[in-house]
Ligand binder design. Sequence first.
Ligand code: DP6
Length: 324
Amino acid sequence: LQASAKAHSNMALIKYWGKRDETLMLPHNSSFSVTLDALYTTTTVAFDAALDHDILILNGREAEEKAKLKVSRFLDIVREMAGVNIHAKVTSQNSFPTGAGLASSASGFAALACAASKAAGLDLDGKALSMLARRGSGSACRSIYGGFVEWQKGVKLDGSDSYAIPVASPEHWPLSLLIATVSDKQKKISSREGMAKTVATSPFYNSWLNTIEEDLAQAKAAVQNRDLDTLGKVAERNALRMHATMLSADPPFLYWQKGTIAVIREVESLRESGIPAYFTIDAGANVAVLCEPSHAAQIKEKLLRLREVQNVIVSGPGPGVTLL
Ligand code: DP6
Protein backbone atom coordinates (compact mmCIF):
# COMPACT_ATOMS: atom_id res chain seq x y z
CA LEU A 1 0.00 0.00 0.00
CA GLN A 2 3.04 2.26 -0.27
CA ALA A 3 5.19 3.26 -3.28
CA SER A 4 7.61 6.00 -4.31
CA ALA A 5 8.34 7.40 -7.77
CA LYS A 6 10.53 10.03 -9.37
CA ALA A 7 9.46 12.03 -12.43
CA HIS A 8 11.11 14.85 -14.34
CA SER A 9 9.55 18.06 -15.53
CA ASN A 10 9.31 18.82 -19.25
CA MET A 11 9.53 21.86 -21.50
CA ALA A 12 7.09 22.07 -24.39
CA LEU A 13 8.58 22.96 -27.78
CA ILE A 14 5.15 22.75 -29.39
CA LYS A 15 2.76 23.98 -26.70
CA TYR A 16 -0.43 22.47 -25.38
CA TRP A 17 -2.87 25.39 -25.10
CA GLY A 18 -6.58 24.77 -24.75
CA LYS A 19 -8.87 21.93 -23.72
CA ARG A 20 -11.79 20.34 -25.50
CA ASP A 21 -12.81 18.56 -22.26
CA GLU A 22 -11.91 20.09 -18.89
CA THR A 23 -12.92 17.06 -16.80
CA LEU A 24 -11.06 14.42 -18.78
CA MET A 25 -8.31 16.97 -19.55
CA LEU A 26 -8.42 16.48 -23.30
CA PRO A 27 -6.53 19.02 -25.40
CA HIS A 28 -7.54 20.77 -28.61
CA ASN A 29 -4.02 20.31 -29.97
CA SER A 30 -1.17 17.82 -29.89
CA SER A 31 2.08 18.97 -28.28
CA PHE A 32 5.75 18.04 -28.14
CA SER A 33 8.26 18.39 -25.32
CA VAL A 34 11.64 17.50 -23.97
CA THR A 35 11.85 15.95 -20.51
CA LEU A 36 14.34 17.84 -18.29
CA ASP A 37 16.99 16.01 -16.28
CA ALA A 38 17.63 18.94 -13.91
CA LEU A 39 14.08 19.38 -12.60
CA TYR A 40 12.27 16.53 -10.90
CA THR A 41 9.81 15.55 -8.20
CA THR A 42 10.04 12.58 -5.86
CA THR A 43 6.75 11.40 -4.38
CA THR A 44 5.72 8.74 -1.87
CA VAL A 45 2.12 7.58 -1.53
CA ALA A 46 1.01 5.49 1.45
CA PHE A 47 -2.60 4.36 1.67
CA ASP A 48 -3.54 3.97 5.32
CA ALA A 49 -6.88 2.71 6.67
CA ALA A 50 -6.31 4.71 9.88
CA LEU A 51 -6.55 8.07 8.02
CA ASP A 52 -9.90 9.87 7.78
CA HIS A 53 -8.67 12.29 5.05
CA ASP A 54 -5.83 12.57 2.54
CA ILE A 55 -2.64 14.29 3.69
CA LEU A 56 -0.28 16.19 1.40
CA ILE A 57 3.21 17.19 2.50
CA LEU A 58 4.90 19.36 -0.17
CA ASN A 59 8.59 20.17 0.25
CA GLY A 60 8.46 19.39 3.95
CA ARG A 61 5.31 21.35 4.77
CA GLU A 62 1.60 20.68 4.85
CA ALA A 63 0.30 21.92 1.47
CA GLU A 64 -2.30 24.64 1.05
CA GLU A 65 -5.97 23.76 0.56
CA LYS A 66 -6.03 24.22 -3.22
CA ALA A 67 -3.14 21.83 -3.84
CA LYS A 68 -4.60 19.31 -1.39
CA LEU A 69 -7.92 19.34 -3.19
CA LYS A 70 -6.27 18.75 -6.58
CA VAL A 71 -4.33 15.79 -5.20
CA SER A 72 -7.38 14.34 -3.41
CA ARG A 73 -9.44 14.53 -6.61
CA PHE A 74 -6.63 12.77 -8.44
CA LEU A 75 -6.42 10.08 -5.75
CA ASP A 76 -10.19 9.57 -6.17
CA ILE A 77 -9.55 8.55 -9.78
CA VAL A 78 -6.87 6.07 -8.67
CA ARG A 79 -9.10 4.73 -5.87
CA GLU A 80 -11.92 4.17 -8.32
CA MET A 81 -9.64 2.41 -10.82
CA ALA A 82 -8.20 0.13 -8.12
CA GLY A 83 -11.36 -0.39 -6.04
CA VAL A 84 -9.53 0.98 -3.00
CA ASN A 85 -11.52 2.86 -0.41
CA ILE A 86 -8.98 4.38 1.98
CA HIS A 87 -7.15 7.68 2.30
CA ALA A 88 -3.49 8.27 1.68
CA LYS A 89 -0.54 10.30 2.88
CA VAL A 90 1.33 11.86 -0.04
CA THR A 91 4.83 13.23 0.53
CA SER A 92 6.34 15.14 -2.38
CA GLN A 93 9.65 16.93 -2.83
CA ASN A 94 10.82 19.05 -5.77
CA SER A 95 14.50 19.18 -6.74
CA PHE A 96 14.12 22.90 -7.39
CA PRO A 97 13.19 25.67 -4.94
CA THR A 98 9.46 26.41 -4.71
CA GLY A 99 8.50 29.94 -5.54
CA ALA A 100 11.25 30.07 -8.18
CA GLY A 101 8.51 30.40 -10.75
CA LEU A 102 9.15 26.91 -12.07
CA ALA A 103 6.11 24.78 -12.78
CA SER A 104 5.99 21.54 -10.88
CA SER A 105 2.63 20.18 -12.02
CA ALA A 106 4.08 18.06 -14.84
CA SER A 107 6.71 16.29 -12.74
CA GLY A 108 4.37 16.31 -9.73
CA PHE A 109 1.43 14.53 -11.33
CA ALA A 110 3.64 12.13 -13.32
CA ALA A 111 5.33 11.02 -10.09
CA LEU A 112 1.98 10.90 -8.27
CA ALA A 113 0.35 8.82 -11.02
CA CYS A 114 3.15 6.29 -10.88
CA ALA A 115 3.43 6.09 -7.07
CA ALA A 116 -0.32 6.18 -6.31
CA SER A 117 -1.28 3.57 -8.92
CA LYS A 118 1.45 1.20 -7.68
CA ALA A 119 0.53 1.76 -4.02
CA ALA A 120 -3.11 1.02 -4.87
CA GLY A 121 -2.08 -2.31 -6.38
CA LEU A 122 -2.46 -1.35 -10.06
CA ASP A 123 0.14 -2.37 -12.61
CA LEU A 124 -0.12 0.25 -15.39
CA ASP A 125 1.91 0.36 -18.58
CA GLY A 126 3.31 3.61 -20.03
CA LYS A 127 0.20 4.40 -22.03
CA ALA A 128 -2.16 3.89 -19.07
CA LEU A 129 0.17 5.87 -16.77
CA SER A 130 0.27 8.71 -19.30
CA MET A 131 -3.52 8.83 -19.49
CA LEU A 132 -3.75 8.78 -15.69
CA ALA A 133 -1.13 11.55 -15.26
CA ARG A 134 -3.06 13.62 -17.84
CA ARG A 135 -6.05 13.71 -15.47
CA GLY A 136 -3.92 15.57 -12.90
CA SER A 137 -2.34 18.03 -15.30
CA GLY A 138 -2.27 17.81 -19.09
CA SER A 139 1.45 18.40 -19.49
CA ALA A 140 2.17 15.65 -16.91
CA CYS A 141 1.20 12.97 -19.45
CA ARG A 142 4.42 13.80 -21.35
CA SER A 143 6.65 13.40 -18.27
CA ILE A 144 5.99 9.64 -18.18
CA TYR A 145 8.63 9.30 -20.91
CA GLY A 146 12.18 10.56 -21.15
CA GLY A 147 13.79 12.44 -24.02
CA PHE A 148 11.57 13.91 -26.74
CA VAL A 149 7.88 13.18 -26.31
CA GLU A 150 4.68 13.81 -28.25
CA TRP A 151 1.23 14.07 -26.65
CA GLN A 152 -1.21 12.92 -29.29
CA LYS A 153 -4.38 14.89 -28.71
CA GLY A 154 -6.72 12.08 -29.73
CA VAL A 155 -10.24 12.52 -31.05
CA LYS A 156 -12.32 10.16 -28.92
CA LEU A 157 -14.74 11.60 -26.39
CA ASP A 158 -13.61 9.22 -23.62
CA GLY A 159 -9.94 10.25 -23.96
CA SER A 160 -8.72 6.70 -24.60
CA ASP A 161 -6.56 7.91 -27.53
CA SER A 162 -5.12 10.98 -25.79
CA TYR A 163 -1.72 10.07 -24.34
CA ALA A 164 2.00 10.63 -24.81
CA ILE A 165 4.39 8.56 -26.89
CA PRO A 166 8.20 8.65 -26.86
CA VAL A 167 9.72 10.11 -30.04
CA ALA A 168 13.48 10.04 -29.31
CA SER A 169 15.55 8.95 -26.30
CA PRO A 170 17.51 11.41 -24.15
CA GLU A 171 20.74 9.93 -25.57
CA HIS A 172 19.65 10.62 -29.15
CA TRP A 173 20.42 14.32 -28.79
CA PRO A 174 22.01 15.84 -25.67
CA LEU A 175 20.65 19.30 -26.44
CA SER A 176 20.95 21.89 -23.64
CA LEU A 177 18.09 23.90 -22.19
CA LEU A 178 18.87 26.87 -19.98
CA ILE A 179 15.96 27.88 -17.79
CA ALA A 180 16.33 31.57 -16.97
CA THR A 181 14.12 32.63 -14.06
CA VAL A 182 13.22 36.30 -14.20
CA SER A 183 10.42 36.52 -11.66
CA ASP A 184 9.47 34.68 -8.50
CA LYS A 185 6.07 36.34 -8.31
CA GLN A 186 3.14 33.96 -8.30
CA LYS A 187 1.46 34.40 -11.68
CA LYS A 188 -2.00 35.94 -11.51
CA ILE A 189 -3.57 33.58 -14.04
CA SER A 190 -2.81 29.85 -13.92
CA SER A 191 -2.18 27.94 -17.16
CA ARG A 192 -5.49 26.20 -16.63
CA GLU A 193 -7.42 29.45 -16.32
CA GLY A 194 -5.44 31.16 -19.07
CA MET A 195 -6.07 28.47 -21.66
CA ALA A 196 -9.78 28.35 -20.85
CA LYS A 197 -10.08 32.14 -21.25
CA THR A 198 -8.20 31.92 -24.54
CA VAL A 199 -10.38 29.16 -25.99
CA ALA A 200 -13.51 31.04 -24.96
CA THR A 201 -12.59 34.52 -26.18
CA SER A 202 -9.64 34.75 -28.59
CA PRO A 203 -10.63 35.28 -32.23
CA PHE A 204 -7.17 33.89 -33.10
CA TYR A 205 -7.67 30.56 -31.34
CA ASN A 206 -8.69 28.63 -34.45
CA SER A 207 -5.75 30.07 -36.35
CA TRP A 208 -3.47 28.79 -33.59
CA LEU A 209 -4.93 25.31 -34.01
CA ASN A 210 -4.38 25.48 -37.77
CA THR A 211 -0.62 25.91 -37.27
CA ILE A 212 -0.02 22.91 -35.03
CA GLU A 213 0.23 19.94 -37.38
CA GLU A 214 2.87 21.55 -39.58
CA ASP A 215 4.91 22.84 -36.63
CA LEU A 216 4.72 19.45 -34.95
CA ALA A 217 5.90 17.59 -38.06
CA GLN A 218 8.80 20.04 -38.49
CA ALA A 219 9.81 19.81 -34.84
CA LYS A 220 9.82 16.01 -34.86
CA ALA A 221 11.84 15.88 -38.09
CA ALA A 222 14.31 18.42 -36.64
CA VAL A 223 14.80 16.20 -33.58
CA GLN A 224 15.37 13.13 -35.77
CA ASN A 225 17.98 15.12 -37.76
CA ARG A 226 19.44 16.84 -34.67
CA ASP A 227 18.85 20.11 -36.50
CA LEU A 228 18.96 22.86 -33.86
CA ASP A 229 18.30 25.70 -36.28
CA THR A 230 15.02 24.21 -37.51
CA LEU A 231 13.88 23.05 -34.06
CA GLY A 232 14.75 26.41 -32.51
CA LYS A 233 12.90 28.43 -35.13
CA VAL A 234 9.78 26.27 -34.88
CA ALA A 235 9.84 26.42 -31.08
CA GLU A 236 10.16 30.22 -31.03
CA ARG A 237 7.40 30.75 -33.54
CA ASN A 238 5.10 28.28 -31.78
CA ALA A 239 5.66 29.91 -28.38
CA LEU A 240 5.06 33.41 -29.74
CA ARG A 241 1.89 32.28 -31.47
CA MET A 242 0.60 30.80 -28.23
CA HIS A 243 1.30 34.08 -26.43
CA ALA A 244 -0.43 35.93 -29.28
CA THR A 245 -3.64 34.01 -28.49
CA MET A 246 -3.47 35.39 -24.94
CA LEU A 247 -2.84 38.95 -26.17
CA SER A 248 -5.94 38.57 -28.31
CA ALA A 249 -8.18 37.15 -25.56
CA ASP A 250 -10.91 39.28 -24.00
CA PRO A 251 -9.83 40.63 -21.59
CA PRO A 252 -6.29 40.20 -22.92
CA PHE A 253 -3.48 39.04 -20.66
CA LEU A 254 0.31 38.80 -20.82
CA TYR A 255 2.62 36.67 -18.65
CA TRP A 256 5.81 38.45 -19.66
CA GLN A 257 7.91 40.63 -17.36
CA LYS A 258 10.78 42.98 -18.22
CA GLY A 259 13.21 40.11 -17.84
CA THR A 260 11.32 38.04 -20.41
CA ILE A 261 12.03 40.62 -23.11
CA ALA A 262 15.61 41.06 -21.87
CA VAL A 263 16.28 37.33 -22.40
CA ILE A 264 14.59 37.33 -25.82
CA ARG A 265 16.82 40.24 -26.90
CA GLU A 266 19.93 38.51 -25.53
CA VAL A 267 19.08 35.36 -27.53
CA GLU A 268 18.71 37.51 -30.66
CA SER A 269 22.07 39.14 -30.10
CA LEU A 270 23.74 35.78 -29.40
CA ARG A 271 22.46 34.59 -32.78
CA GLU A 272 23.71 37.74 -34.47
CA SER A 273 27.15 37.01 -33.05
CA GLY A 274 27.07 33.51 -34.55
CA ILE A 275 26.03 31.47 -31.49
CA PRO A 276 22.94 29.32 -32.19
CA ALA A 277 20.43 29.91 -29.37
CA TYR A 278 16.64 29.90 -29.41
CA PHE A 279 13.99 30.66 -26.82
CA THR A 280 10.67 29.28 -25.71
CA ILE A 281 8.28 30.62 -23.05
CA ASP A 282 5.52 28.74 -21.19
CA ALA A 283 2.55 30.41 -19.53
CA GLY A 284 4.80 32.47 -17.28
CA ALA A 285 7.61 35.03 -17.34
CA ASN A 286 10.59 32.67 -17.38
CA VAL A 287 12.42 31.83 -20.59
CA ALA A 288 14.06 28.59 -21.68
CA VAL A 289 16.98 28.86 -24.09
CA LEU A 290 17.88 25.98 -26.40
CA CYS A 291 21.49 25.52 -27.46
CA GLU A 292 24.25 23.01 -28.13
CA PRO A 293 25.89 21.74 -24.91
CA SER A 294 29.22 23.24 -26.04
CA HIS A 295 27.69 26.74 -25.82
CA ALA A 296 25.75 26.28 -22.57
CA ALA A 297 28.33 27.69 -20.13
CA GLN A 298 29.00 30.76 -22.25
CA ILE A 299 25.28 31.49 -22.73
CA LYS A 300 24.56 30.96 -19.04
CA GLU A 301 27.18 33.58 -18.19
CA LYS A 302 25.67 36.07 -20.65
CA LEU A 303 22.17 35.52 -19.25
CA LEU A 304 23.33 35.91 -15.66
CA ARG A 305 24.77 39.30 -16.57
CA LEU A 306 21.27 40.59 -17.32
CA ARG A 307 19.96 42.55 -14.34
CA GLU A 308 16.51 40.94 -14.47
CA VAL A 309 17.75 37.34 -14.55
CA GLN A 310 17.74 35.76 -11.10
CA ASN A 311 19.01 32.29 -11.86
CA VAL A 312 19.86 30.00 -14.76
CA ILE A 313 19.37 26.24 -14.48
CA VAL A 314 21.13 24.19 -17.16
CA SER A 315 19.39 20.99 -18.13
CA GLY A 316 19.66 18.29 -20.72
CA PRO A 317 17.08 15.75 -21.84
CA GLY A 318 16.13 13.57 -18.88
CA PRO A 319 14.62 10.14 -18.21
CA GLY A 320 11.02 9.06 -17.86
CA VAL A 321 9.22 8.26 -14.62
CA THR A 322 10.68 5.53 -12.42
CA LEU A 323 9.45 3.62 -9.41
CA LEU A 324 11.92 3.89 -6.54
C1 DP6 B 1 1.98 26.67 -21.51
O1 DP6 B 1 -0.44 21.21 -18.12
O2 DP6 B 1 -0.08 23.12 -16.52
O3 DP6 B 1 3.06 25.00 -20.20
O4 DP6 B 1 -3.63 20.70 -17.95
O5 DP6 B 1 -4.68 22.66 -16.86
O6 DP6 B 1 -2.94 21.33 -15.63
P1 DP6 B 1 -3.46 21.82 -16.98
O7 DP6 B 1 -2.35 22.80 -17.58
P2 DP6 B 1 -0.78 22.59 -17.73
O8 DP6 B 1 -0.51 23.58 -18.96
C2 DP6 B 1 0.72 23.68 -19.60
C3 DP6 B 1 0.69 24.80 -20.58
C4 DP6 B 1 2.03 25.19 -21.14
C5 DP6 B 1 2.35 24.42 -22.43
C6 DP6 B 1 2.78 22.99 -22.29
O9 DP6 B 1 3.39 22.58 -21.30
O10 DP6 B 1 2.53 22.26 -23.28
